[in-house]
Design a binder for this molecule. Structure first.
Ligand code: PEP
Length: 245
């Protein structure tokens, strides 16, 4: 069985400040070591502030295009040049608010890798999709959009974050068993393509993770850390989540 190094990643969304960067980074850099990768996804304007604290950082999205007339977009190549190592792609807020399709997310995934960023592909079902028994179908479709475009080998240099939409920012966490079942489904699905790639892939859980529930979630066999929203803005909570990984 592959040894997978856990990741604890904080998605700050459009929150935070210059002051918060130093407060959170001072606390969490103690935990970024050979046992866990700690990454912060701040608003893009704070990227260099996080990097200057020697904490790994990434962008919350990137453009699927090269440079050009795309006002307001984030260029993968520039993010890489500035020191970003990762980017989120397909976060549920990008899919729902900004109407990003599976195809567009796959294009962003490809652009990230083209310029040397590690994409963290976010997937997950809505509450109504879960109630209709479609969780596996939805998650499989979101992942297969990337595999169809780039092949299974592209998942070698990537991370998947399973984030049930109904659990994001709602305080309703998936139970460790519910989360593990979907993580196992994802890994088994990928084993059918390539066992080595599937066993080495880090699959994070996201959705109302906090300092009280992280330990049990991270103890599940196929959960390799977490993508944390709200709790990543609180230095003590985020530090305890890092410690529990
Ligand atoms: C997220 O935004 O990716 C997230 C998981 O948010 P929260 O932890 O607040 O649910």
């Amino acid at each position: 069985m592959a040894q997978r190094k856990p990741i604890v990643a904080g998605n700050w969304k459009m929150n935070g400040s210059v002051e918060l960067v130093s407060q959170v980074c001072d606390e969490v850099k103690k935990y970024s070591n050979s046992n866990v990768d700690v990454i912060i996804f701040p608003p893009a304007l704070l990227l260099s502030e996080v990097l200057s604290e020697n904490v790994e950082a990434g962008t919350q999205t990137i453009s699927e295009f090269d440079s050009g007339a795309f006002t307001g977009e984030i260029h993968a190549q520039l993010a890489k040049q500035l020191g970003a190592k990762y980017t989120l792609v397909g976060h549920s807020e990008r899919r729902s608010i900004f109407k990003e399709s599976d195809q567009q997310v796959a294009d962003k995934f490809a652009k990230a890798q083209e310029f040397g960023l590690i994409p963290i592909l976010c997937v997950g079902e809505t509450e109504s999709e879960r109630e209709a028994g479609k969780t596996e179908q939805v998650v499989a479709k979101q992942i297969k959009a990337v595999i169809s475009k780039l092949g299974i080998a592209a998942l070698n240099d990537s991370v998947i974050a399973y984030e049930p939409v109904w659990a994001i920012g709602t305080g309703k966490t998936a139970s460790p068993e519910q989360a593990q079942a979907v993580h196992k489904f994802i890994r088994d699905m990928l084993i059918a393509y390539d066992e080595q790639v599937a066993n080495a892939l880090r699959i994070l859980y996201g959705g109302s993770v906090n300092e009280k529930n992280s330990e049990l979630l991270f103890a599940q066999a196929d959960i390799d850390g977490g993508l944390i929203g709200g709790a990543s803005l609180k230095k003590d909570a985020f530090a305890s989540i890092c410690k529990s990984a």
